[in-house]
Design a protein around this ligand. Structure first.
Ligand code: GLU
Length: 354
């Protein structure tokens, strides 16, 4: 276990579909969750909830239909955020607990000047015996709660991140098409191969948001946090996932010997890769040593990507040695001189140590 871990801290992320029904907080789902919080606290654990649903509740309250623009979502969130928190506040109060609403953006957890302040309120609320109820501050920025949950678990140096979803874990093939699809109960070492297998299997599953779960699992595994991806409908899923029962998929931490910077993990791993940079075999050592990736080291680019997108760095045609954010688009890369910076070492993560 990495130093300064807090195994008692558990971050539990619940998606909109696992909480909201017909535009309202679902009482059965909310009860299951708040009961789980009570039971976990009775075991001296410190549950931190991160719940989506602000946008769905706001839309229903505004009668806003399905407008998907960023502005419409921000507005819906501004209306729904309070409604979402009120449901938790009340549910927890009925069980004698006080909730603390904490709205964050990834910047609050990754930018050095912000992180200490965000951590102060998170840790302060745990110390005061409150239940932190976190959500993305969607009124100013809508991104993704799975990734935010992973950053939160990493920042809190939590023992476990539980991602509840409508698909009960990672599978070797699509469980909807193949009734014999095998669940992957455990991922000892997260690799691009595991991800590819699970990602392909999940491709047809529209609402599971599996690519986002995989991004979150990557961030957590590199930050030394165990992740459990489990079905929100599974009986007693929260308590069982936290206790380590055999359900869903457990992704173990890779336990790096050095603590990686959270901003770097976020930049490198917060989105699924949109392309591949095929490089000379010697590049794996240079990225493992933390050198910059330059245009002259890239033999070819596969896929179309923009500056700021995440791509995989590949050697020997298929071996993914790093993933990270690029500074130039695929079109600009084709024209770039050999010394042009493609990705700085603070923007990518090498998957193998040199
Ligand atoms: N945080 C958003 C909400 O509460 C949703 C974002 C997400 O689902 O990842 O509605």
């Amino acid at each position: 276990m990495l130093p300064n871990r807090h195994p008692e801290r558990v971050v539990i992320k619940i998606g909109t579909s696992s909480l909201i029904s017909a535009g309202r907080p679902d009482p059965t789902k909310l009860t299951a969750l708040t009961d789980a919080v009570v039971r976990l606290r009775a075991e001296d654990r410190q549950p931190v909830l991160i719940a989506s649903g602000a946008i769905a509740l706001g839309r229903a309250a505004l009668d806003a239909g399905a407008a998907r623009s960023a502005a419409a979502q921000q507005l819906a969130a501004a209306v729904g955020q309070g409604l979402l928190f009120e449901a938790f506040r009340q549910g927890l109060a009925e069980r004698g607990l006080k909730a603390a609403q904490i709205l964050l953006t990834p910047l609050d957890l990754t930018a050095p000047g912000h992180r200490a302040s965000a951590l102060a309120v998170l840790e302060g609320s745990l110390d005061a015996g409150l239940v932190p109820v976190v959500n993305e501050n969607d009124a100013v920025m809508v991104r993704n709660n799975d990734v935010l949950a992973a950053l939160l678990a990493a920042a809190l140096r939590a023992g476990r991140l539980v991602l509840l979803t409508d698909v009960p874990g990672l599978y070797e093939s699509d469980p909807r098409k193949n009734s014999g699809a095998r669940r992957i109960p455990e991922v000892r070492v997260m690799t691009p191969d595991v991800e590819r297998l699970a990602g392909i299997a999940a491709e047809g599953i529209g609402t599971g948001g599996m690519p986002a779960k995989l991004c979150a699992a990557w961030i957590a595994t590199m930050a030394g946090v165990t992740t459990v991806i489990a079905g929100a409908d599974t009986e007693d899923c929260v308590v069982r996932a936290v206790r380590g029962a055999d359900l869903g998929t457990v992704v173990h931490p890779r336990v790096p010997d050095k603590q990686l910077d959270l901003g770097r993990l976020w930049r490198a791993l917060s989105s699924p890769p949109s392309g591949r940079l095929v490089c000379h075999p010697t590049v794996w050592r240079s990225v493992a040593d933390g050198g910059p990736l330059l245009a002259g080291q890239v033999s070819s680019a596969i896929g179309r990507f923009s500056a700021g997108d995440v791509v995989d760095v590949v050697v020997d045609d298929t071996r993914v040695v790093a993933r990270g954010r690029v500074r130039i688009s695929s079109a600009a890369l084709a024209e770039a001189g050999a010394d042009a910076m493609v990705s700085h070492h603070t923007e990518y993560i090498a998957f193998q140590e040199a």
